[in-house]
Design a protein around this ligand. Structure first.
Ligand SMILES: NC(=O)c1ccc[n+]([C@@H]2O[C@H](COP(=O)([O-])OP(=O)(O)OC[C@H]3O[C@@H](n4cnc5c(N)ncnc54)[C@H](O)[C@@H]3O)[C@@H](O)[C@H]2O)c1
Length: 463
């Protein structure tokens, strides 16, 4: 089957390469000529494990093509996916910016030359597919097409596996013909018994927002429990394990830390709130989730401040990890983007390292000194902060790092390290929701406002 994918970001390239892997003839289209040139050579503008090999393999097999010529991609295609960005609007009101989606719809319309299904793969508010249908019908009244919604659930860093072995495929359609076409392109997934959820278009559009908002809720929930753990001397790692082993709750997304980030959760939770508001429906839980996430970022800044003695001014802080999560170079709405500027503003010097996000950091984190290795970042520092839990940071020579630091303070915002082992080496260790915090004078003032910080207990292991 001939397929067009409009937009070659994380979702567009992964979807295009995976559909080609299924055996379809896929053309990926973008307005960014530089990106297309690189992709056509088999070079990836983003870091995603395994993607470069998959793209190259399918380019070599002539099943995957990249072009800026939308006509070439759309003409003769049975399915056209819209996978362009839907960032939060620049107005700052939380609405998704749909201008790219609507531009793609207008651009593709004149090239429809036979029945085709135009599918929103981008995360879009309820009603967008109908609007896309109106735009296409207006631009090309004789076009024969259906619109559909097929939200994408892949996770950056594990995108290929998520696409080729998804938990489910959600298809929102308004005609049997469109359903048949979409089922046909996903046929290889039938063989591995992937559940298909076929719904109305509006339901499919909402499923994506509801799923992301629920996952964000788990993150904010465990972060509040972590804050409580710090007050009462409990260990959130153990609490999460004790909760998560209950099959009704599940262990995933119960990791306390600096709050969620990335290109999806922040904008999707805010967009869901706007959708609910427009329809006069209260979404108080999601409102709280968004507020708790912002408060968690601020709390992490205060945690680092306390760890360096109450004032970061003039201190050198090493930061390990900048991307919003491991295995990606994506810095969009990463905790680093709010935590680091707050520290810089109060006079800290920051030396940072990330295995993949250095290029992005150069553009988005002015004032941060980027270092070639985590060891270089930590040398001479007054504290080290683990911000992204890359695997390579799990196997660091922490004794060597300690020896190279001016003051051996480690703020582990991902609870990766064993507090007892770190203290044994000689570090002052601070995790998230893991019991005791040292009481510096400034922390006392803060705690008077916040209601006191408990001394807590050391982490206990669970067999
Ligand atoms: N990144 C993720 O992990 C993820 C996961 C699931 C869903 N989503 C959703 O998928 C959508 C795409 O996300 P992304 O992260 O891949 O976006 P992205 O910002 O990485 O890429 C979007 C691409 O679309 C291109 N583009 C914009 N307008 C265009 C036009 N008119 N014609 C052709 N190309 C155009 C841009 O040049 C860019 O290359 C968003 O709605 C997002 O919420 C993302």
């Amino acid at each position: 089957m001939k397929i067009a994918v409009i937009g070659t970001g994380y979702v567009g390239v992964v979807s295009g390469a995976c559909f080609a892997e299924f055996g379809h003839d896929v053309t990926c289209i973008d307005i960014d000529a530089g990106k297309i040139e690189r992709l056509a050579r088999g070079e990836l503008p983003i870091y995603e494990p395994g993607l470069e090999n998959l793209v190259r393999k399918n380019l070599d097999a002539h099943r995957l093509h990249f072009t800026t010529d939308i006509g070439r991609g759309v003409s003769g295609s049975a399915v056209i996916f819209i996978a362009v960005g839907t960032p939060a609007s620049r107005r700052g009101d939380g609405y998704a910016d749909l201008s790219y989606v609507y531009a793609a719809a207008r651009d593709l319309a004149p090239h429809l030359d036979g029945y085709a299904v135009v599918v929103d793969k981008s995360t879009v508010p309820v009603g967008t597919a109908r609007q896309v249908a109106r735009i296409i019908a207006e631009a090309n009244p004789s076009a024969s097409f259906d619109v559909a919604s097929n939200p994408e659930f892949l996770r950056e860093g594990a995108a290929i596996n998520d696409f080729l072995r998804p938990d489910r495929v959600v298809i929102g359609v308004a005609s049997e013909r469109a359903e048949e076409v979409l089922r046909a392109i996903y046929r290889p997934l039938y063989l591995i018994e992937t559940p298909f959820v076929v719904t109305s278009i509006e339901t499919a559009e909402l499923i994506k927002y509801a799923a992301n908002a629920f996952l964000a809720t788990k993150v904010s929930f465990i972060n509040e429990i972590a804050n409580l753990c710090e007050e009462i001397g409990a260990d959130v790692q153990d609490v999460a394990k004790g909760m998560g082993l209950d099959g009704r709750i599940g262990r995933k997304f119960l990791h306390a830390g600096p709050g969620y980030g990335g290109s999806c959760f922040p904008k999707d939770t805010r967009a869901l709130l706007r959708i609910a508001q427009e329809h006069g429906v209260a979404c108080r839980i999601v409102e709280a989730v968004v507020e708790v996430n912002a408060a968690q970022r601020a709390r992490m800044v205060r945690k680092i401040r306390r760890a360096v003695g109450g004032d970061e001014g003039g201190k050198t802080i090493a930061v390990l990890g900048l991307a919003f999560k491991p295995e990606t170079d994506d810095l969009r709405e990463a905790p680093a983007l709010t935590i680091l500027p707050a520290l810089l503003e109060r006079g800290a010097a920051i030396r940072a390292h990330d295995p993949q996000a250095m290029r992005e950091a150069e553009a988005h984190l002015p004032g941060v000194v980027l270092c070639a290795t985590p060891y270089e970042a930590c040398a001479g520092a007054d504290a080290a902060v683990l911000l992204t839990e890359w695997n390579e940071y799990r196997a660091l020579d922490l004794a060597a790092i300690k020896a190279s630091m001016r003051i051996p303070v480690l703020v582990d915002l991902r609870n990766v390290y064993d507090p007892a082992a770190l203290r044994e080496i000689g570090f002052a260790y601070h995790g998230v929701g893991r019991g005791s915090l040292p009481r510096f004078p400034a922390a006392r003032i803060l705690t008077a406002v916040a209601g006191g910080i408990g001394s807590g207990s050391a982490s206990r292991g669970i067999a």
